[in-house]
Design a protein around this ligand. Sequence first.
Ligand code: SAM
Length: 181
Amino acid sequence: MEKFDQRVAVLRLGHRPSRDKRVSTHLLLAARAFGSEKGYYTGTQDNSLEESIRKITSYWGGNFTLDYAHSWKAVTKNWEGRIVHLTMYGIPFQEIVEEIRLDESPKLVIVGGAKVPGEVYNTADWNVAVTSQPHSEVSALAIFLHEFYQGKELGLEFPGARLKVLPQAKGKKLKTKTRGV
Ligand code: SAM
């Protein structure tokens, strides 16, 4: 499988390079690996975050791109589709996943950082809780994408990859491909 009919972009709020580098990187890598094609982030612009994501995509394939936005509203006001906000205060995911899936428009999935502005809750079409317990933006996003795509994302192919894992029961094997060959 190469592509899904349902497009999902992820918006990470309030990135702070000094504190969030690892978690923002992991969040965006999870977004890419689980079927999203586009990431946005707000907060402080971070060239090294952008470079890490660009490098991963260049080696491991696919079309994932990341853009910085000076404010979350700059992304939401131009978004042609519907908006999901992941928050432990929202409606339990299992109660509305079907409704979200049946909606055919592209989805923007917003995940918070340090402090989520109250307006985000009103802007979202769905405020979704992946359990009503506090945990992490990475786990919330991974579960969201997995349920939303009903597991189909597990077989996703990443076109143009220069590196590919050859799955092994034991040990590690990589297939490498030189660009343009
Ligand atoms: N203190 C922040 C606030 O003001 O809401 C939340 C911090 S939390 C570590 C970061 C993000 O993880 C949240 O904004 C949310 O997107 C996501 N998150 C954490 N637990 C969640 C849950 N149970 N369901 C959905 N998303 C969750």
